[in-house]
Write a protein that binds this ligand. Structure first.
Ligand code: MN
Length: 418
């Protein structure tokens, strides 16, 4: 079968699963590994994988293995997986092929009875397992379809059966999948793995590269952040070299992820209290899903009403889950990313990295990149006024993130007639 089908089904920019090119774990001559991964996808199943012919031959077993010889479990033969997959436990992002949580349910070595290549080709594999949960003889037997009536599904249908030996346990006595639900490597349950967002993005992911930004400085995640203020101006700045954005009516909100330690911060850089953070947990979840270990983003939390514009008055309702407005977290700056302090990196470059980061998320939730228009402030103001936007903010394309940022805010609307 090879790995072409495996690779074709997956987008390795999004999923943390190993690609077919990932280096295989160190091998011992003559030792064959097996692994069983409990997979909470659209339907829970157990992926039974045997190392053979340089790949993991794989079967999807909806009910999982049984230690009872009378129980025959359907095992649907699926595409070969790379050997490196045997190490994988974590989350496959939603929307990706096989999206869901993967738990390493059992692993160890297997010994075929007879020639494994011939037995596999003949659809009748008998073998001994030496795992943590499964031991002794098992058989994987291909179901015989009914002549010309045979369908593709039947072509793939095999049965997993326990062979008679000292390791048999009748179903009435105990069901191994119920008795031992936990991960064989970490002892965690599926729920615990699903809650650990740190394993969504793994070593082979495609990261947004903070190291390439000119002006960046290698540094640990900041413990103290002072969000720059926007100075009020009667008119927007003239001339080139400015980036203009719509001023969002809402709540200034920053998010800091320091290697999985997530904090939401207010406009002074102070952490929100537990209750306030809980109401904004959708923001924290979206930040965890970004392809970065550590970052600080600056933005505004807003309530978007059905007219597509943010309305400050609707925010408390949206936070309480009431009303028609939906929460949106519009991010406009990125002062820190994965080991790099970006405060001295020009704003235009920080925003470019931020845009890439948001675009790379498979689950952005309420997260939105707040785009800008470069150029003359008066032209932006005219356009914004036409769209009914009340105010705008302007920042120099080269401005740092910090006390001397020099950011300004100006009204767009002509003062309303009373
Ligand atoms: Mn699966």
């Amino acid at each position: 079968m090879g790995l072409s089908e495996y690779n074709r089904k997956r987008n390795f920019k999004v999923t943390s699963e190993p690609s077919g090119e990932a280096p295989a774990p160190p091998r011992q001559e003559g030792v064959r590994h097996f692994v069983i991964q409990k997979h909470a996808a659209s339907r829970l199943h157990y992926d039974f994988r045997l190392e053979l012919e340089g790949v993991l031959k794989s079967w999807s077993v909806p009910k999982g293995p049984s230690l009872d010889t009378r129980v025959k479990r359907l095992a649907v033969h699926v595409e070969d997986h790379p050997l490196a997959y045997a190490e994988f436990e974590g989350i496959i992002p939603k929307g990706e092929y096989g999206g869901g949580t993967v738990l390493l349910w059992d692993r160890g070595t297997w010994e075929p009875l007879g020639d494994p290549h011939q037995s596999y080709a003949a659809g009748n594999l008998k073998f001994n397992l030496k795992g943590k949960k499964l031991q002794g003889g098992f058989a994987l037997v291909k179901l015989r379809g009914r002549g010309a009536q045979r369908e593709k599904d039947q072509e793939r249908a095999w049965l997993l059966i326990k062979e008679r030996d000292a390791h048999v346990v009748p179903e009435e006595t105990s069901d191994i999948t119920r008795a031992r639900p936990e991960s064989v490597t970490t002892g965690r349950t599926l729920d615990e793995i699903a809650a650990d967002r740190s394993q969504v993005w793994h070593s082979n992911r495609d990261q947004v590269d903070a190291g390439g930004a000119a002006g960046g400085r290698v540094a640990p995640p900041p413990t103290r952040i002072r969000p720059p203020r926007f100075a009020a101006r009667a008119t927007p700045p003239r001339g080139d070299g400015w980036l203009h954005e719509m001023a969002i009516e809402g709540e200034r909100l920053l998010a800091r992820n320091a290697g999985g330690q997530l904090a939401l911060l207010d406009d002074n850089g102070a952490p929100l209290g537990a209750a306030a953070a809980r109401k904004r947990s959708a923001v924290a979840d979206a930040i965890r899903m970004l392809p970065a270990q550590s970052l600080v983003v600056d933005g505004v939390l807003a309530a978007m009403t059905p007219d597509g514009l943010p309305h400050a008055a609707a925010l408390s309702g949206a936070l309480a889950g009431k009303g028609k407005a939906t929460l949106a977290y519009l991010v406009f700056d990125l002062p820190y990313l994965d080991g790099h302090d970006l405060a001295r990196v020009p704003l235009a470059a920080r925003k470019k990295l931020l845009a890439e980061l948001v675009r790379a998320s498979s689950e952005p939730g309420p997260l939105r990149f707040l785009d800008h228009v470069a150029g003359d402030g008066a032209a932006f103001q005219r356009e914004a006024r036409r769209l009914g936007i009340a105010a705008m903010v302007s920042r120099r394309a080269g401005s740092p993130y910090g006390a001397r940022a020099g950011w300004v805010r100006a009204p767009c609307a002509v003062s309303a007639k009373r």
